[in-house]
Design a protein around this ligand. Structure first.
Ligand code: NDP
Length: 328
């Protein structure tokens, strides 16, 4: 079966030459292993970090080895009593058509009434990031004004909807008129098109007349600075991602950083895995909001394993609305 490997480490924005599609030789299952035919593969911005040879919270991808990532597939052969052929499962053997894994690295799908690929998006890692980042890290509560960047993406669009379900006023930022209209359709009270040419700090000031209480940062750079400029006393910033800097080493110039002091704001970074042991809270609340129609899903789907690098690179040019996925 075919798999994508890391051919070389990128400098700046990755190019197709950094990836190589190889045919892995077939092998028999060992005791305790399962063979999975992947149906849905995830591409996520954090994978850019794993392409670099630096120490981080996940180890770098190895040169020449299959890349990894979230995946949903069907068990087609099993030498474990935990799974039988025909079961749908989730695991991290992505970027390939077929995964052979020890059963303890494979999880059954949670039992919510959604399509299986939702467990790579709103009901999976990006959704959990939105939920715990907004409610635990940023402590968003009813009546707060919440600003979220990359609001048309997988994490951001879920932040918008959870914040609305919690009774917050929500301001989103996204690139382009279509995406902004979509974010508004999710319930956002105002949306900034950061590609319109107006500086974010000015656009935010126009729609956040009374300031912001929460900033959910997916972007960093100019967005973070604008949020600092408009943060209210005691504002909480959940630093989830800084996609603006993943492909460059450009220094970010934060003109409004010193407002942290006078306004007693709090900034906290987090990684979604900090909250793994609280997944039950997430499924309970998200399941309820799904049933009540408070959550809309959206996915951008590329077809076929061959499209994997294009889908991944699309994350850095805004090629996705909602969760970026590849259907195998
Ligand atoms: P998205 O679905 O949001 O896809 C990325 C989006 O980012 C693009 O669609 C694009 O939208 C926007 N974008 C790309 N480059 C820029 C830029 N230079 N400036 C502004 N916007 C840009 O991805 P995810 O929802 O999966 O991830 C969102 C963020 O959350 C990322 O920073 C990611 O690293 C982080 N993250 C952090 C986790 C954690 O545990 N801390 C876990 C999961 C994700 P547009 O068209 O609007 O520009």
């Amino acid at each position: 079966a075919r798999a994508w490997t890391l051919a070389s480490r990128p400098k700046g924005l990755p190019t197709p030459e950094n990836f190589a599609l190889v045919d892995l030789p077939p092998r028999e299952l060992a005791e305790g292993e399962v063979r999975i035919a992947n149906r849905w593969l995830s591409v996520d911005p954090y994978m850019r970090g794993r392409m670099n040879d630096v120490k981080s919270y996940t180890p770098p991808f190895e040169l020449g080895a299959p890349m990894q990532g979230g995946a949903i597939g069907e068990v087609i052969e099993s030498r474990s009593d935990r799974f039988k052929a025909g079961e749908m499962v989730q695991h991290f053997g992505g970027w390939r058509e077929e995964a052979v894994l020890p059963a303890d690295q494979v999880q059954p799908l949670p039992q919510l009434d959604v399509d299986p690929q939702a467990y790579l998006g709103q009901l999976g890692m990006p959704g959990m990031t939105a939920y715990f980042g907004l409610l635990e890290v940023a402590q968003a509560k009813e009546g707060d004004t919440v600003f979220v960047s990359a609001a048309a993406g997988a994490v951001g669009s879920t932040v918008v909807q959870i914040a609305k379900a919690k009774g917050c006023r929500v301001i989103g930022s996204a690139g382009g008129a279509d995406k902004c209209a979509w974010v508004e359709s999710l319930g956002a009270d105002a949306v900034i098109d950061y590609k319109s040419g107006t500086p974010v700090v000015k656009a935010l000031g126009e729609v956040a007349r009374t300031g912001i209480d929460v900033y959910f940062d997916n972007v960093g750079g100019e967005h973070l600075d604008a949020a600092l400029a408009h943060g209210n006393q005691g504002a909480r910033f959940a630093i989830c991602g800084m996609i603006d800097v993943y492909n460059s080493a450009k220094p970010t110039e934060l003109r409004y950083l010193a407002r942290l002091i006078g306004m007693r704001m709090r900034i906290q970074g987090f990684i979604v895995s900090d909250y793994t042991d609280r997944a039950a809270d997430f499924y309970r609340d998200m399941g309820g909001w799904l049933k009540d129609g408070k959550l809309q899903r959206n996915e951008t789907v590329f077809d076929g394993l061959d499209a994997m690098p294009d889908a991944f690179l699309g994350l850095f040019s805004g090629g996705n609305t909602g969760k970026m996925l590849v259907r195998v």
